[in-house]
Design a protein around this ligand. Sequence first.
Ligand SMILES: Cc1cc2nc3c(=O)[nH]c(=O)nc-3n(C[C@H](O)[C@H](O)[C@H](O)COP(=O)(O)OP(=O)(O)OC[C@H]3O[C@@H](n4cnc5c(N)ncnc54)[C@H](O)[C@@H]3O)c2cc1C
Length: 232
Amino acid sequence: MEKYDLFVIGSGPAGQRAAIKGAKLGKRVAIVEKREVVGGACINTGTIPSKTLREAVLAYTSIAGQRDRLPWARLETRPSSQQLLAGVDHVVSREIEVIEHQLRRNDVTVLSGEAAFVDAHTLEIRAEQGTRRVTAANIVIAVGTVVSYKNQVFGYTRAERATQYEIVLVVKVVFRDTVKNRDVWKEDALTVRTTYNVAAVGSEPARTETEGRKEVVQKLADQVVSRTIQGW
Ligand SMILES: Cc1cc2nc3c(=O)[nH]c(=O)nc-3n(C[C@H](O)[C@H](O)[C@H](O)COP(=O)(O)OP(=O)(O)OC[C@H]3O[C@@H](n4cnc5c(N)ncnc54)[C@H](O)[C@@H]3O)c2cc1C
């Protein structure tokens, strides 16, 4: 089993600093990251992507706003989202390289996988390539945070999922003779319903929301057409 003086879980800003500080103090240090690349939210999903995108937009608008003074810098078209995001990818990749280089230069061992505690000094690291165990005198938990999820509109938590839905359409229908200026057929609350399961239940197959919606609209159309004929 590999042994370290300091083992850091998570390669975001907190984990990187802890690992490098430990290495600079002469400790045998390793860091583990469960994502494909190091850097945490800061590099991959948060600070750097959002600020780079903002800077790219600001750089464009500051030039575009000075057409008269800087005709040579005039941009004929708006940059596409693809162009802006390509700029973000470029900066993110460069930042990942900087961090990898920094960790290598300081002799920090970088492991890939998801770490879980076996006991106070032992970790199991699960990766696609297999599972390994490491021990360390000190372990820093720098795993970042997870957004507390509460769907404000529908009131579900992340763990909750409805399994069966009912769609109810209530519509007012007026079928009017415009020559005689009178209603031939009228219904104030024509109601149609469809129930569907999002996972198969017994012999009832699973259906998607789109399928459920299409069905209820089709039912409504059938109702309107059949009643119209009756009305005539
Ligand atoms: C959209 C957005 C914009 C932001 N903008 C700014 C800004 O402008 N300025 C600023 O100061 N901050 C900003 N932040 C906040 C900043 O990104 C975070 O404060 C910072 O990344 C936290 O660092 P961390 O090391 O604590 O955690 P993280 O960066 O979240 O890193 C934790 C790492 O641990 C890994 N991990 C978790 N569990 C395990 C495990 N069991 N095994 C192995 N690895 C694991 C994760 O994959 C992750 O890579 C922003 C955040 C977001 C989301």
